[in-house]
Ligand binder design. Structure first.
Ligand code: ASP
Ligand code: MG
Length: 405
């Protein structure tokens, strides 16, 4: 007998038939003698609609009321799934974030989990009751409803699995697992049997949208055994595990892309101490995340600084830089939103050379110009023109031998 957490995303609970399908899956695990806690997302599209309503009333709405509104999507699915389970004769009840309770810190709209009091849940699981927990939500220090940021029910599930000391956490979604790259772009993408936490963390933060980045971080820190699998197909999914559990380490495990960034160039800034601090201080003062950064060599005592920010932050980044114009002392700022970041990821890179060069060669062969490069121990990212996204991903997938036979 095991204790398991099963999480179902929005497409898996998109209508009543799908909720019935989920109930059947949950019943199977319960009948196998397992203790089961289920975490659900809102029905597909519902959170977007709720967010849209808040924005339509007021672009600068009160974040506490935003949370009161957007948390309702998960309340609906938790109640409906409990009913569907009861209808099949499975004893079950719904739990809202505040009822568990799942305590968060106070940043409404993107709250982090502080602690989960799981004792009552554990007692009921032991008595054979299935717990259906509303994902994405908790209760803040102000005793008000909080939400965990978009995609946050993955994080709810992993945190619950850690708190309940579950044997595993199964994330059910509309794809069969983690692929070498997006199968919509590369038909020959392969489903991975296993992927290391660190690789998954990189892929999630580099643009693969299967798991919320924070959920992977939490799983890695708490050593939660994660599996990503389909709620529509009966097949094993992808296990996210410790690197040591992967015997055959590929040099490159996966390729991610993101069109969510914009390139900014600050031209002709004086080349002297404190300039980078002035530029990036102005941006961080506005809570703007900067990703890739390059600084050119200086020729005439000035230099160009190029970096990327989230596309949605671009207007604020421009404003922050022009506010700090006299302090920084640049000649001009230019921005290009039509870029894509393409990244190759693999723990095998630690012990192999030539990985970046394979990337540059493959892109050169397709005449794709590289605008910015950044690397870490287990990834290489390049910035290219957005129109080359598909071509670049396909070329790299082939170059690293990832194509399915
Ligand atoms: N329903 C929320 C969202 O769409 C949380 C989630 O699905 O994970 O972001
Ligand atoms: Mg999701």
């Amino acid at each position: 007998m095991a204790r398991i957490v099963m999480k179902f995303g929005g497409t898996s609970v998109a209508d009543l038939d799908r909720i019935r399908n989920v109930a059947a899956r949950v019943q199977r695990e319960a009948q196998a003698g397992h203790e089961v806690a289920v975490v659900v997302s809102a029905m597909a599209g519902v959170t977007n609609q709720l967010v849209g309503w808040c924005q339509a009333l007021s672009p600068l709405h009160d974040a506490r009321e935003y949370d009161a509104v957007v948390a309702t999507g998960e309340q609906v699915t938790a109640g409906l799934l409990a009913i569907a389970l009861q209808e099949r004769g499975v004893e079950s009840r719904s739990w809202l974030g505040w009822q568990v309770p799942l305590h968060t810190y106070g940043a409404h709209g993107k709250a982090r989990i502080a602690a989960i009091e799981g004792a009552e849940l554990v007692r009921r699981l032991g008595a054979g009751q299935v717990a259906v927990v509303a994902g994405f939500q908790g209760i803040g220090p102000d005793h008000r409803v909080t939400t965990l940021g978009r995609g946050g029910s993955d994080t709810s599930a992993v945190a619950l699995a850690a708190a309940l000391k579950a044997d595993r956490c199964d994330i059910y979604t509309d794809v069969e697992g983690i692929y070498t790259t997006d199968p919509r772009i590369v038909a020959k993408a392969r489903k991975l049997d296993k992927i290391a936490y660190e690789e998954m963390l990189e892929l999630a933060s580099l643009g693969s949208k299967v798991l919320q980045t924070r959920s992977v971080e939490l799983a890695m820190n708490e050593r939660v055994r994660l599996q990503v699998l389909s709620s529509f197909v009966d097949a094993p999914g992808t296990l996210v595990v410790d690197e040591d559990e992967i015997v055959e380490k590929e040099v490159v495990t996966g390729i991610a892309y993101s069109r969510d960034e914009a390139k900014v160039t600050v031209r002709r800034v004086p080349d002297r101490p404190g300039i980078a601090a002035a530029i990036f201080g102005a941006l961080s003062g506005q809570n703007i995340n900067v990703d890739m950064i390059v600084q050119n060599v200086s020729l005439d005592g000035t230099t160009d600084m190029t970096f990327t920010v989230g596309k949605s932050d671009l207007p604020r980044a421009r404003a922050a830089l022009s506010d700090a114009a006299t302090q920084i002392g640049y000649a001009e700022i230019s921005a290009d939103p039509d870029v894509a970041k393409i990244s190759v990821v693999g723990v095998g890179m630690r012990s192999h050379t030539g990985v970046a060069n394979t990337m540059f060669r493959a892109l050169a062969d397709k005449s794709i110009n590289i605008q910015v490069i950044s690397t870490s121990e287990i990834k290489v990212s390049v910035l290219v023109g957005a129109e080359y996204t598909e071509l670049a991903v396909r070329a790299l997938h082939t170059a690293y031998g990832l194509d399915a036979a």
